[in-house]
Design a protein around this ligand. Structure first.
Ligand SMILES: [Zn+2]
Ligand SMILES: [Zn+2]
Length: 269
């Protein structure tokens, strides 16, 4: 069976509280072997790290989303550093700029982003970047901060191919989510078509943005396969190729172990 990594979802959200066990089973049945659950503020980062500790296939990212930028107190920074040092915490984020919702003043978002890029560098964790209607500002910041030295991903990529190329030039991966399956998403489909397969990651961003044919429903990691199939059809490649390469990419960026190798090591012990 093809195996996949869901590189971005929010398993700690209320939406999943009642049936997380079933969701993890369905993910496994769909071939989604590893899942990264993403923190959006300190308490969700704490929950993400606990979920990773409790479930073999789950890994965590910690950080403060631009919607919550004002919460970056020195106490919070200390806790994020502690969480970021845990072994199954594999990334720093999601961090970034959201000039669509503008829940925080832009200057606050920007200083929070800068502070957290330094934290990620200190923790040696790749960046999970959220960018909504802030393409130029994000690129400028990542460039100024020499973010290619840290590495990372533009999650739920939403720009056009020319912006995509500039992100690729920075050494970042592009992560494609469910909207690539929507009929109207031609710009994103063009990005998925043009982007070299070795620079692509897959994500659900669950519980949001369920792909067709689940559009409008609660999203979950098992639905990643619909996004993968769409990308395979756009690129006219076998699904197995998309699965193999995007899984390799995710393991490379986030330094995830290959589950098959873990089993072999345990058997040999
Ligand atoms: Zn996001
Ligand atoms: Zn997210």
């Amino acid at each position: 069976m093809d195996s996949f990594v869901d590189t971005h979802c929010h398993l700690d959200f209320e939406d999943f509280a009642a049936d997380l066990g079933d969701i993890l089973i369905r993910a496994k049945e769909a071939g989604v072997e590893q899942i990264i659950t993403i923190g959006i503020e300190v308490s969700s980062s704490r929950r993400a790290a606990s979920l990773a500790e409790a479930n073999n296939e789950v890994y965590a990212s910690v950080g403060i989303h631009p919607h919550n930028a004002c919460q970056l107190s020195s106490e919070n920074i200390q806790e994020l550093i502690a969480l970021g040092g845990k072994s199954k915490v594999v990334a720093y984020g999601e961090i970034g700029l959201d000039f669509y919702r503008n829940y925080q003043p832009r200057s606050v978002q920007l200083s929070c982003l800068l502070d957290q890029i330094s934290l990620a560098r200190q923790l040696d964790l790749p960046l999970v970047v959220h960018d909504r209607d802030a393409h130029e500002e994000i690129l400028q910041t990542l460039r100024d901060e020499r973010a290619w030295e840290i590495g990372g991903v533009m999650h739920c990529f939403s720009g056009d191919w020319s912006f995509a190329q500039r992100c690729l030039d920075l050494g970042f991966y592009l992560s494609i989510a469910g909207p690539v399956t929507f009929a109207k998403s031609q710009t994103l489909q063009q990005v998925a078509l043009n982007c070299p397969l070795d620079r692509l990651l897959l994500e659900t961003d669950a519980p949001f943005l369920a792909p067709v044919p689940r559009r409008g429903k609660r999203n979950e990691p098992a639905f990643l396969v619909h996004t993968a199939k769409k990308i395979a059809s756009l690129k006219k490649l076998p699904l197995a190729d998309v699965a193999r390469q995007t899984t390799f990419n995710a393991r490379d960026l986030f330094k995830l172990p290959d589950p098959a190798e873990i089993i072999t090591i345990e058997k040999n012990e």
